[in-house]
Design a protein around this ligand. Structure first.
Ligand SMILES: [Mn+2]
Length: 260
């Protein structure tokens, strides 16, 4: 039995030229992962902006949602861990697509091994503005207000703009300004926020064999001093990173498409 992990497809991003091709690529991966008896873990930010209004879901994902639905109807268990871009699901993904929703990171046993799975946002986060924003996004009051007072069309326009700005800011910091605040805590793989967090977490939970996360959009695969394997997945819009666990080994790969 195989277990597949993927994160950060950011489907629907306004920064992509051809969203239909990105959607098809993701569906291809899903079909690959569903052909044998398997379990699938979507580790956050699969959608660039997912928000369920009372009578509206984000447009443009019919094929993706249908593919998820038919995969779970065939008996494949698919877990959806909320990322910072797609945490606003209030029943649709569970009821229509049959996904198992995880609002936060959690422990899970797979083939006798202990895993900790999460999207990764907020873990070890030192930047105050980001921490405050995370709290607002997770607040049920703020979610209720947005859900009931916002017109869906405006809500999505706002959401996708916010998402694209967020991505551009992140990319320009990463590419152009290595002295920016972001890098004070983040100069190498081993002192990236999430890695620092994982080392401490692993020391406190030495029984955990594997930690898998996304969010960084950069593959980091390292053995921690406790023996735990930490794998941060590459994104799934350029390098198409994902990971497989076959019961003995966990390894990252890049998905080759036939259509892109
Ligand atoms: Mn993220």
């Amino acid at each position: 039995m195989k277990h597949y992990f993927v994160a950060d497809a950011h489907l629907g991003s306004r920064l992509f030229d051809d969203n239909d091709a990105k959607n098809r690529h993701f569906i291809e991966w899903l079909n690959m992962a569903t052909t044998e008896k398997s379990e699938i873990f979507l580790l956050g930010d699969i959608f660039d902006f997912w928000f369920e209004f009372a009578h509206a879901i984000p447009p443009g994902f019919d094929d993706v949602l249908q593919a998820l639905r038919s995969a779970t109807q065939q008996g494949t268990r698919i877990h959806f861990y909320c990322g910072n871009h797609d945490q606003w699901t209030f029943g649709y993904l569970q009821d229509y697509c049959g996904l198992i929703i995880h609002k936060t990171g959690d422990f899970i046993d797979i083939s006798g091994k202990k895993f900790y799975l999460a999207h990764g946002h907020g873990l070890g986060e030192k930047r105050l503005a980001t921490r405050i924003l995370n709290r607002i996004f997770e607040s049920s009051t703020a979610q209720w207000l947005f859900r009931h007072l916002m017109i869906p069309r405006l809500g999505y326009a706002f959401g996708y703009r916010w998402s694209a700005r967020n991505r551009k800011k992140h990319d320009s910091i990463e590419n152009n300004n290595r002295h920016h605040n972001y890098y004070e805590h983040h100069t190498t793989d081993s002192n990236a926020f999430q890695v620092v967090w994982a080392k401490q977490f692993s020391a406190n939970h030495p029984d955990v064999d594997y930690i898998i996360m996304g969010h960084l959009h950069k593959e980091i695969n390292m053995r921690l001093s406790t023996g735990c394997q930490l794998l941060i997945l590459d994104e799934f819009y350029k390098n198409y990173g994902f990971a497989t666990f076959d019961g003995t080994n966990l390894w990252p790969e890049n998905f080759e498409s036939n259509t892109l």
